[in-house]
Design a protein around this ligand. Sequence first.
Ligand code: PLP
Length: 242
Amino acid sequence: MNPVPDAFTGSDFDAYSALVSSRVGEVRERIAAAQARARLADTVTLVAVTKTYGPEAVMAAWAAGVRDVGENKVQEAEGKMAAVDVPVHWHMIGHLQRNKAKGAVRFDLVHSIDSLRLADAVNDAAGEAGKVQRVLMQVNVSGEETKGGFGIADAAAAADALQARRHLRVEGVMTMAPFEASNDELRRVFRGARAVRETLAAAGHPAHVLSMGMSGDFEVAVEEGATLVRLGTVLFGKRASS
Ligand SMILES: *Cc1c(COP(=O)(O)O)cnc(C)c1O
């Protein structure tokens, strides 16, 4: 495998970009192999997670053919939106405070709707902006206290409640698996998220997206039906912080 790039230091963008492209190519092959193992054929969207990296990471991902970029902080993302001139799709993947809802409606897809109160705030902001905001319901399958999201037991009631938010379009589910989970635990989490997507669909939402899989677990996620993976470290290298 090609080395993971170091954070861009400002000297040689072409070399950095070439390294990111080679990593993207390798990751796409691993996604395709996981799909083949599970006999799945639908397109899996690769979201390059550029949090903590500069705008060059977005530019390098774009040059590698990636069209979707993920950020976990509104303000950091807004800086990059202003700094790049390529029309990537922006994904908000991090926990959102309600007072950031106005900023959240600048994103193409908000993955992290983790409470009805936040849903209301984003719904209001979308209404004011005159748009229907595409969102995902974040679910906490493992029940870890450090992770946000609707519990599995609350998903059906939330799916019903979300029907009334006219400025939200609930397109599916996002989840995060525990770090260092066993393969069995990963599969249990990813299957739990898939079941919630069925619950959303049954409630009438256009729930076709399953956002699951990060650098350490994306192959299992793809085998379990992920339609979108969120990858940072495996493309851009270790983050100094997040
Ligand atoms: C940072 C982050 C990722 C990417 O994590 P990596 O392990 O670097 O691939 C994915 N999803 C969310 C919600 C994140 O915050």
